[in-house]
Design a protein around this ligand. Structure first.
Ligand code: GEK
Length: 242
C-alpha cells in the first residue's frame, strides 16, 4: 500500500520546485490517482492498446515510467511473442523503486528499467511507445526532436501513446477546465493549502502544451493517423499510429 500524499499539507516558507525524489516516490501511487482524473482508465487502456499493437520480436518503451504502472499493465496484456519492454526514468529514486516493485510480479516478458533521459535514449524496432504524463516534464525545445525520434524508431503499424495535462488558448475554457480539475483534487481530499503549494512547486517544472501543439508535433514528426482517445477536464490521452 502506498503512503498518503501529505507533502504539501503543512505551510512551507519557500515552496521549492517539484522534484521526483524519495519523498515523492513514497507517496506516488496515492498522489497520481488523486491528481489525475482517469489515471486508472488510462493505465488499463494502455494495456489494451499494447495487446492490440505489440508486434512479435519488437521493443516496447515506457518513457518516464515512474513506478512502472504502464509497464505492468502492458506486461500483463501483451500476447505477441518475443517482446522486450524498456522502461526509462530520469529519477534514480523512481527507477530503484520501480525495479523492486516489478520483481513482485512474474512475467515472461523481458523488462529492463533504465535510469536515463528519454530525450537521449535510442528508440529502435519499436511497436509501442508510451509517454504517460512525461512529455510535459521534458524541456519544450526537446519535445519535437523526441517525437520525431520515436516516429523514426517505430515499426510500420506501431503506436505512440501520449497522455498529458492540456493548456487551452481560450482563457475562459482554460479557467473552467482548470477549476473542474481543482474540484476533482478537493473531492479527493486535498486542502486549499496543498493545492496552492503544489501549484507553486510545479509551475516551473511542468510546462503544458495545447492540443493543437501536440497535433502539430505529431504531423511534423511524420504521423498521419492520430487522435485523442480520452479527455477529462484538462487531461488527455492521445494515440498516434505509424
Ligand atoms: C505512470 N508514466 O505512472 N526522461 C525520462 N523520464 C523523465 C524525464 C525525462 N527526460 N523527465 C521527467 N521524467 C508514469 C507517470 S510521472 C507524471 C509519469 C506525474 C519522469 C519523472 O522522473 C517522473 O517519474 C515521470 O517522468 C513523470 O504512468 O508525476 O505527473
Amino acid at each position: 500500500m502506498s503512503k498518503l500524499d501529505k507533502i504539501y499539507s503543512t505551510p512551507q516558507n519557500k515552496v521549492k520546485d517539484f522534484v521526483f525524489d524519495e519523498a515523492v516516490v513514497d507517496v506516488f501511487p496515492d498522489m497520481i490517482q488523486r491528481s489525475v482524473p482517469g489515471y486508472h482508465t488510462i493505465i488499463s487502456t494502455i494495456g489494451h492498446l499494447a495487446r492490440e499493437y505489440a508486434q512479435v520480436d519488437s521493443n516496447v518503451y515506457d518513457l518516464g515510467c515512474s513506478l512502472g504502472a504502464a509497464t505492468l499493465a502492458m506486461r500483463r496484456s501483451i500476447e505477441a511473442a518475443n517482446c522486450r519492454i524498456v522502461a526509462v526514468d530520469t529519477s534514480t529514486a523512481m527507477v530503484e523503486r520501480c525495479q523492486l516493485h516489478l520483481k513482485n510480479f512474474k512475467s515472461d516478458i523481458e523488462t529492463q528499467v533504465i535510469n536515463a533521459d528519454a530525450s537521449e535514449l535510442d528508440i529502435e524496432n519499436a511497436s509501442v511507445v508510451v509517454l504517460n504524463f512525461t512529455l510535459q516534464f521534458i524541456e519544450p525545445d526537446k519535445r519535437d526532436q523526441l517525437i520525431g525520434k520515436i516516429y523514426q524508431g517505430l515499426k510500420p503499424g506501431g503506436i505512440l501513446i501520449v497522455s498529458e495535462k492540456l493548456r487551452f488558448d481560450v482563457p475562459k475554457i482554460h479557467e473552467t477546465l482548470d477549476e473542474l480539475h481543482l474540484d476533482f483534487k478537493r473531492a479527493h481530499g486535498y486542502s486549499e493549502l496543498e493545492i496552492s503549494q503544489k501549484r507553486t512547486a510545479i509551475e516551473n517544472v511542468m510546462l503544458t502544451d495545447t492540443l493543437a501543439q501536440h497535433y502539430q508535433r505529431f504531423e511534423q514528426a511524420g504521423f498521419q493517423q492520430f487522435s485523442q482517445w480520452y479527455q477529462c477536464f484538462n487531461f488527455t490521452s492521445m494515440l498516434a499510429i505509424k
